[in-house]
Design a protein around this ligand. Structure first.
Ligand code: SF4
Length: 375
């Protein structure tokens, strides 16, 4: 059974005002964190199905590039001893600040073969509005250093819809992103998450996001520009050169098994959903005392598993594929959800054919509402 392996790296230099991912701003104690993660792997080893082979690895965060290449070299060595660990794709999420050529070469030597750089914007106004700690020059230098180090699979993360962003800013970001010639681009719409400083600033009227119509145009501009340049639009916010889709994230979007390590990490194994505590201290003390930190959140019934797979697959441009669902769930999704599909087709949010069904452009803009039909 193939599965994906995720490591949450809960350290950041400071908090960005829009972010609600779990991280702390204290400097990491690498050896303490490594020993805890390995203790967690040993605890999981008894519980995961025997034939599980981990075919992707993804260090996400937080800021995984705050941990040294040596941390990952030692981690991968131990993972190969403890698990069936044969990843074809090993991704490191990184922020531009502090990414020297030497450090990037170290990551490559440790085993990473894919780098996902969080640029977010290349406009000074954008980086300021998003509270990032790097400037456009540092971002460009990081891309150049990654290429010089030898990374051949590079993904760049951008955000659109930041306070003050105009269509002209977006055009400039698109021009520059394409000039940097990445293999993969993620272009997320800024979502104000409750509890973040951005959410409060919006509620108090201190900042404003671009209006609804501008945002719809931005969605369209990104799609048209990137697909026009030969990128495949394969997930709502993700574009890839042919053959360069993120294999790891496809496990999430296809509701396939994954194991998550580190605080706040989620796992999905054998229709069971687990989550680790969102607190570094609790995580460290729990795993180091020999107890699994993950708490079982839910065991999905066959019906729930099918619905969940439909909801997640709708994020993909290929949508819900009939053949695949018949094979995995023994059910024809077009028959099982004929009422919902007809209703959504009438509203122009979904299109269906012999192959299956998927979101239209309008459906992608209202993806959350469409997904509610299948809950
Ligand atoms: S956006 Fe990234 S760098 Fe900023 S606080 Fe969140 S995880 Fe850390």
């Amino acid at each position: 059974m193939e599965a994906a392996l995720y490591l949450h790296v809960p350290f950041c230099r400071g908090k960005c005002p829009y972010c609600d991912f779990y991280s702390v701003t204290e400097p990491p104690d690498e050896s303490l964190y490594l020993s805890a993660v390995l203790a967690e792997v040993r605890l999981w080893r008894e519980r995961i199905p025997r034939k599980t082979v981990f075919v992707t690895f993804y260090a996400g965060g937080g800021t995984p590039s705050l941990l040294s290449p040596d941390f990952y070299a030692r981690l991968f060595e131990e993972l190969s001893r403890l698990l069936s660990f044969s990843p074809v794709e090993l991704t490191l999420e990184a922020n531009p600040e502090g990414l020297s050529l030497k450090r990037l070469e170290g990551y490559l030597r440790a085993g990473f073969n894919r780098l996902s750089l969080g640029l977010q914007s290349l406009q000074p106004e954008g980086l300021l509005a998003l509270g990032r700690r790097h400037g456009p020059e540092e971002a460009r230098a990081a891309v150049e250093a990654a290429r010089r180090a030898g990374f051949e699979n590079l993904s760049l993360d951008f955000i659109f819809g930041w306070p003050g962003e105009t269509p002209a800013h977006l055009q400039k970001d698109l021009d520059e992103a394409l000039r940097l010639a990445p293999e993969h681009l993620s272009w997320y719409e800024l979502t104000p998450e409750e509890g973040t400083p951005l959410f409060r600033a919006l509620a108090e009227g201190r900042v404003r996001l671009p209006g609804e119509e501008v945002l719809v145009d931005m969605h369209r501009t990104i799609h048209e520009r990137l697909t026009g340049e030969g990128f495949e639009h394969y997930e709502i916010s993700n574009y890839a050169r042919p053959g360069r889709r993120c294999l790891h994230n496809l496990f999430y979007w296809k509701a396939l098994p994954y194991l998550g390590l580190g605080p706040a990490a989620a796992s999905f194994l054998g229709k069971r959903r687990y989550r680790n505590p969102e607190d570094l201290k609790t995580y460290l003390s729990t795993v180091r005392s020999g107890t699994l930190a993950a708490r079982l959140e839910e065991v999905l019934s066959p019906e729930e598993a099918l619905r969940e797979a439909v909801i997640l697959s709708l994020r993909l441009s290929e949508g819900v594929r009939r053949k695949e669902f018949r094979r995995r769930f023994g059910r024809d999704p077009l028959e099982s959800f004929s009422k919902e599909i007809k209703d959504l087709e009438r509203k122009g949010l979904v299109e269906a054919d012999e192959e299956g069904f998927r979101l239209t452009f309008a459906g992608r803009l209202l993806a959350n509402q469409v997904q509610l039909h299948f809950v």
